[in-house]
Design a binder for this molecule. Structure first.
Ligand SMILES: [Mg+2]
Length: 362
């Protein structure tokens, strides 16, 4: 029987490869919370979760104190039942970021074991919609990069075959954002996809003004223009601009996405598999969005999201941020700006055991 007999967790700090700054924060380090499980028939499963610099030890404590003891005895063939059982252990702290991140580390481990046991890759086990996924570049568009370099990076990304580039906005002087976008658009031409990301840095009036100013630049989406808990302001912004509004990296549950979708407050959703509590809820969000005819373009964690975007029919594109490179044995295969989704049994990540041990902090 594939019943979980052992469950362990550790914390690994992965340094950032690239300086990453946006309108509200810097990416300090990736606190990576790793959960290992093993079933009594000997099937291993490894899952993970992350923060970009704070709270990693809180997630680890939640796992050690409450979730790891409770997951022993659960059946990896039943991720829904495991997730519900885990959720019921954390009633006092749901919905919340720390709990969702802890649930995700367990849920991804359960999916990994389940897929390994079935000899199936995640993208097929979760739906198997398409085996290849397009990628866009985020690394060339951070806010601290000057305009000349921003233009050069975006031209290089286009010439490298990427399907688009994301540029951060939210400069203290909004004219800087508009001028930068115009310069980039001028250089890459109309056929190349440009996304902009304000990381919740604007108010409604400024977001409307920015959207109006950017409309001539042909923007594929405007991401997180406003604070994530202000659904009604997003609904009003969606109504007032032709630029699609993308939301989701700062939401932590299926219910929060339902609120956005039901109120026409998001044109594109960007669930983050770690922040929403794992693969089990991520798939629900994707299917819910499909019912609203809304595409899914997830946030970060490309190593997992390529398989999930490949699983669902409304999965569109994944952002290329190779943050796991320091602890994985193989890189994502990028061909012509897209990737052929990992096809080996499990969630598709080959970890480097020595590298993990070297960077382990708890
Ligand atoms: Mg973003």
């Amino acid at each position: 029987m594939p019943i979980i007999r052992h469950a362990h967790a550790m914390l690994v700090d992965i340094p950032v490869e690239t300086v990453r700054t946006d309108a509200v924060q810097s990416f300090v380090k990736q606190e990576t919370i790793i959960v290992d499980i093993e079933t009594d028939d000997g099937t291993p499963g490894r899952g993970y979760s992350y923060t970009i610099g704070t709270g990693g030890r809180a997630v680890l404590s939640m796992l050690h104190d409450h979730l790891l003891p409770a997951v022993v005895g659960q059946d990896v063939r039943r991720p829904e039942a495991v997730w519900r059982h885990m959720f019921s252990q954390t009633r006092a702290t749901t919905v919340g970021a720390v709990t969702s991140l802890a649930l995700a580390a367990i849920d991804t481990a359960v999916w990994d074991a389940r897929c390994r046991r079935n000899g199936e890759p995640l993208w097929r086990a979760a739906g198997g919609s398409q085996p290849e996924v397009p990628l866009y570049d985020t690394e060339g568009g951070w806010l601290h990069i000057d305009t000349e370099e921003l233009v050069a990076n975006t031209v290089a990304a286009r010439d490298g075959g990427w399907h688009g580039s994301k540029l951060k906005v939210g400069s203290t002087d909004p004219r800087r954002d508009v001028d930068r976008l115009a310069a980039v658009r001028d250089a890459v031409g109309l056929g190349y996809s440009l996304m902009v990301d304000a990381n919740q840095g604007l108010g409604l009036a400024d977001a409307r003004a920015l959207a109006r100013a950017l409309e001539p630049s042909g923007i594929t989406w405007l991401e997180e223009p406003l604070p994530a808990d202000d659904v009604s302001a997003h609904a009003r912004l969606v109504e007032s601009t032709t630029i699609p509004i993308a939301v989701g990296e700062s939401l932590y549950s299926v219910g929060q996405f339902k609120e956005y979708l039901a109120r026409d407050a998001a044109t594109i959703v960007q669930p983050d598999v770690a922040r929403v509590g794992g693969i089990t809820p991520w798939l629900k969000i994707a299917h819910l969005a499909e019912a609203f005819n809304v595409p899914v373009c997830p946030h970060f964690l490309m190593e997992l999201h390529v398989s999930l975007v490949a699983a669902v029919p409304n999965g569109r594109i994944v952002e290329y941020i190779p943050q796991l490179r320091a602890v994985t044995a193989t890189d994502l295969r990028v061909i012509g700006g897209g990737t052929i989704v990992p096809d080996e049994p499990g969630i598709g990540i080959s970890w480097d055991a020595d590298a993990l041990e070297n960077l382990r902090v708890a």
